[in-house]
Design a protein around this ligand. Sequence first.
Ligand SMILES: CC(=O)SCCNC(=O)CCNC(=O)[C@H](O)C(C)(C)COP(=O)(O)OP(=O)(O)OC[C@H]1O[C@@H](n2cnc3c(N)ncnc32)[C@H](O)[C@@H]1OP(=O)(O)O
Ligand SMILES: N[C@@H](CCO)C(=O)O
Length: 349
Amino acid sequence: MSIHKFNYTKTFPLENGKRLKGVQIAYHTYGRLNTRKDNVIWVCHALTANSDVFDWWPGLFGEKDLFNPQEYYIICANIIGSPYGTTNPLSINPSTDQPYYLAFPQFSIRDLAAAHELLAAHLGIAKIKVLIGGSLGGQQAMEWAISHPERIETLVLLATNAQHSPWGIAFNESQRLAIRADRTFYANKPHGGAKGLKVARSIALLSYRTYETYGATQLETDADKIDDFKASSYQNYQGEKLVKRFNAYSYWFLSKAMDAHHVGRGRNSIEQALQAITAKTLVIGISSDQLFPLEEQQFLAKHIPAAKFIAINSFYGHDGFLIETKQISKEIAAFLKQAAPGKTVQAFI
Ligand SMILES: CC(=O)SCCNC(=O)CCNC(=O)[C@H](O)C(C)(C)COP(=O)(O)OP(=O)(O)OC[C@H]1O[C@@H](n2cnc3c(N)ncnc32)[C@H](O)[C@@H]1OP(=O)(O)O
Ligand SMILES: N[C@@H](CCO)C(=O)O
């Protein structure tokens, strides 16, 4: 495993017409590019993860897992806006020599895909055997497969959508309301908005899990208890855990990018945009996902030309895409056999 930094010193144009004066991209690689240059697995990470995919997606990525470094050259890049080494709101703005904070330019999922494209070109990667991402990671992978279809051989999209839903936007807005209610957010300090971010994560978790997962892990056994419930302490703990490793400014801009995800923007329609994907595509949904329900993945599989849809049975909800690695590995392995060069994917929904 190695950690790298790619410093792109030219201007990086954003979809909204704004620009970043240079971009630093942090990325991890595992394994080696083979001589045929046909063993690249590229991972797009979700909202709060980082480029160390072996750390946050064990069971799918690891020495003994489906995506292992003996067989594959695995690349995962930290996304613009995220605080794990890539240019983000806490980075220094070259125009002011001060951190950007709220002056960071709003970016889109397409900009995140453009940064992946930039890094792939820098690394001399012409072909990606498998491009994979879940949730916001799936949104990036989809955008990249639309803008550069020739680069992607196989696409695996998990728990994701073609247009962020009103339900998803409403969850994100409620989280941003919590951040805004913390006036320290406007102080432009590294820990500005920390209390708001804690509440935001607490709200977000409700959309990532289910009634059943809370029932299984947070149920009280003490019938006399009238306060300090397990579920309350869990919400507090999870909020504080995120505050220790993230910041409110990154969260703000990344959640806005997610809201604006719409593959049809400027491309006539969502359906036409999806039809541009030439990769053999496996679309995986989680049966209990309330944030990205199955119908969103069924829609993707219906409009991506060579796509197959699979639903994973899980009671974990949206975060099931990070947790159900046994089932997911099995489905991807079977799909990779089915989608081997020369074979045709039998699409079904
Ligand atoms: C630098 C880094 O940290 S890398 C970034 C890691 N995160 C990511 O990459 C994002 C993707 N990952 C995730 O979203 C999550 O890790 C998931 C979905 C895979 C798993 O979620 P988790 O929070 O680990 O699992 P879960 O919901 O079961 O919570 C377990 C934690 O809650 C704690 N907990 C459980 N119940 C309670 C409770 N009633 N009160 C207080 N704490 C509780 C556990 O002790 C455990 O703590 P720990 O994480 O410090 O070990
Ligand atoms: N639990 C995931 C978000 C779900 O898409 C994360 O924190 O990145």
